[in-house]
Design a protein around this ligand. Structure first.
Ligand code: G3P
Length: 232
């Protein structure tokens, strides 16, 4: 088993798998999914990041040698903060980054800024989720490592942002540019096929953030492979 204390780098193009709290991502099923992602990443020589359910973070980081990110962190301090997800502990457990402000776990804008700073201070990658191009522009000024734009209405829909709402990606890229930001753009919501990934990259995204299309697939590894092949 390899315990990967990662470098603070988000390599792209990238497939980020957000396993959320689906039962298919829980316990041994979550480890099986992470190992499938690791196999595909190695076979194809591509970047895949896995975001396991929080209780599975340590076990996942111990089990695979691809980057493991938290799905969320809180601004709580180390010590007497029962139940909060503390960035320093996330790092200690082997994660090398975190999603922040997922549309299912939104934060006030000032908390997003503080969380980016906290992650930066301790050397973790920050991937901030944004609902649209206007939010993308606001977050771009904070220079997180990446912004993942995801129209909430397409999340879990099977209708890919890259096909149904391509302007979300192009407008977000313009927002990042006009903010003079170094942040990379990732997109997500409704991505279920390799073709959806290809289209996202063609539009200028540097990666995709995917949940149900992989987690709920009858053959998770085949689906990861289908999407990851587009990264080569
Ligand atoms: O974080 C990824 C996500 O919100 C997209 O979900 O199920 O549409 O891939 P899904």
């Amino acid at each position: 088993m390899t315990y990967l204390h990662g470098c603070r780098m988000l390599n792209t193009p990238v497939l980020i798998i957000n396993t959320k709290n689906y039962l298919e991502s829980s316990a041994e099923r979550g480890i099986k999914l992470a190992k499938a992602a690791e196999r595909v990443a190695k076979d194809l020589g591509v970047n895949i990041i896995i975001c396991p359910p929080t209780p599975l973070l340590y076990y996942t980081a111990r089990s695979v040698n691809i980057p493991v990110y938290a799905e969320h962190v809180d601004l709580a301090k180390v010590g007497s903060t029962t139940g909060f997800i503390v960035p320093e502990l996330v790092k200690d457990m082997g994660a090398t980054g975190s999603l922040i402000n997922h549309s299912e776990h939104q934060l006030p804008v000032e908390v997003v800024q503080q969380t980016i700073e906290r992650l930066r201070q301790i050397g973790l990658v920050a991937v901030v989720c944004a609902a649209d191009h206007e939010k993308t522009k606001i977050f771009a000024k904070m220079n997180p490592d990446a912004i993942a734009v995801e129209p909430p209405e397409l999340i879990g829909s099977g209708i890919a942002v890259s096909k149904a709402r391509p302007e979300v990606i192009t407008d977000s890229l313009n927002g990042i540019k006009s903010a003079g930001s170094r942040s990379k753009l990732i997109c997500g919501a409704g991505i279920v096929a390799g073709e959806d990934v290809r289209k996202a990259l063609e539009l200028g995204a540097e990666g995709v953030l995917v949940a149900s299309g992989i987690v709920k697939a009858a053959d998770q590894e085949a689906k990861i492979r289908e999407m990851a092949e587009q990264l080569r």
